[in-house]
Design a protein around this ligand. Sequence first.
Ligand SMILES: [Zn+2]
Ligand SMILES: [Zn+2]
Length: 82
Amino acid sequence: MNYYCKHCGTKATSISSLTSSSCQRHPAGTNKGKHALYEGGEKPKYNCKHCGTSASSLSSLTASLCQRHPLGINKGRHEPAL
Ligand SMILES: [Zn+2]
Ligand SMILES: [Zn+2]
């Protein structure tokens, strides 16, 4: 089974290896925190929980900014719904 970061879509084969390295799309800033586990599992499609934008991978979903982000328009990236 693979595990994915909910901020950037990085894939790892264990949770411990995923959360041991820094996340380039961490909400606090580039490499300001570790990858965080996406708990929704592998899916054919991912939707942003704020705006509904869909993408075929977590990395492509989180690559762009969210126009309905809770912090303000384009103040953060799309966040995958579980
Ligand atoms: Zn990450
Ligand atoms: Zn969004």
